[in-house]
Design a binder for this molecule. Structure first.
Ligand SMILES: [Zn+2]
Ligand SMILES: [Zn+2]
Length: 344
């Protein structure tokens, strides 16, 4: 495993360098659609071939229930890319959201086949994708917030809402997506007739969540069309008041798009005001956490003294130590309320 990690690292550096050297601009964009895809593997292979030719980068998931894409498209190929999409039956006239440009996002293309588009882990008979919540535009969403009976629910993970969220939104207290929907249903108990406003990053999680809530008796379920990504756009383009404060966490190298100047979170190490996620520079750790400039400097971008000392060892020695099971550290996104797991 050590070998592979090393190879990937070198590769990643090279890929990033070649991205930086590109003499053209890129557009970061995202789209999703719940649509029946009979043979996800074939669909994936076809898409990969087409997009690779256009030099498109990104992270894409294909499943029998649809597609979810975050991509970076060379500006000069944008028109061709759209024309191609419209020739694919399942993707015709799909709504595409462009990101607020904020630095390089992806440097390679991966398209993976998955069981579910969003890993809620809920049985198929607990939702019906033909009955989803009303889609509200950003303007309509702002208006709906004014209703005192409205309940706003953040459908994302804690580490996402930590750096940015709608004012007065309920933040479900769960560790994984699998616990999220039953928890939200519980929180909303007794509010079956009240307006419920859901939101997430780009809309895909609300699509299924709203179907689940409707199936469980909620009468007035609404979702933010295009998610926070679209909302941030509309705030700028239409001069709307942003009821979303802080940063929108995004799942690419940028790790966040600033929506307003408010800083809602603090450095996980020293508690000073900060909303910048980083991943620990120790290759055996890579924990995602919030770190201020000063702590980053003191720890050379690592989450702890232990990681900094480990990362400063020669690569060969690191590889040797990583084989020792007693030193294995968590590589998963951690719940940011818990201090990072250190090397034991
Ligand atoms: Zn700090
Ligand atoms: Zn670390």
């Amino acid at each position: 495993m050590g070998k592979k990690a090393l190879y990937n690292k070198v590769n990643k550096v090279e890929l990033k360098e070649s991205l930086a050297a590109e003499p053209f601009d890129r557009i970061t964009a995202s789209f999703y659609r719940y649509v029946k895809i009979d043979e996800p593997e074939l669909f994936r292979d076809d898409l990969y071939q087409k997009w690779d030719m256009l030099n498109i980068f990104g992270r894409v998931y294909v499943s029998k229930e649809g597609i979810n894409s975050q991509i970076s498209v060379p500006e000069k190929h944008w028109k061709k890319f759209i024309a191609q999409l419209n020739k694919i039956e399942e993707l015709k006239n799909i709504h595409i959201k462009q990101a607020l440009q904020d630095g390089p996002s992806f440097y390679k293309l991966t398209i993976k086949v998955r069981e579910e588009l969003v890993a809620y882990g809920i049985p198929e008979d607990t939702y019906d994708m033909n009955e989803t919540g009303n889609h509200l535009s950003s303007k309509e969403y702002n208006k709906a917030i004014e209703d005192p009976n409205t309940v706003i629910v953040d459908m994302r993970n804690y580490y996402e809402s930590e750096i940015g969220r709608f004012e007065d939104a309920l933040i479900p207290d769960v560790e994984t997506s699998k616990e999220l929907l039953p928890e939200v249903k519980g929180i909303l108990k007794g509010k079956e007739n009240d307006p419920v406003l859901l939101y997430c990053t780009g809309g895909i999680r609300c699509e299924k969540a709203s179907a689940y809530l409707i199936k469980h008796g909620f009468q007035n379920v609404n979702q933010l069309q295009g998610g926070i990504i679209q909302y941030a756009h509309d705030v700028k383009a239409q001069g709307l008041e942003s009821r979303f404060k802080g940063k929108n966490f995004v799942f690419d190298d940028r790790l966040g798009e600033r929506v307003t100047d408010d800083i809602l979170s603090s450095c996980h190490l020293c508690n000073s005001s900060c909303d910048r996620h980083t991943d620990c520079k120790n290759d055996a750790c890579h924990i995602l956490f919030i770190q201020c400039d000063q702590c980053s400097e003191e720890l050379s971008g690592c989450c702890s003294i232990e990681c900094r000392d480990f990362a400063s060892l020669p690569i060969l020695e690191q590889k040797q130590l990583r084989k020792d099971p007693a030193r294995v550290v968590s590589k998963t996104f951690f719940d940011s309320r818990i201090k990072p797991k250190l090397i034991q």
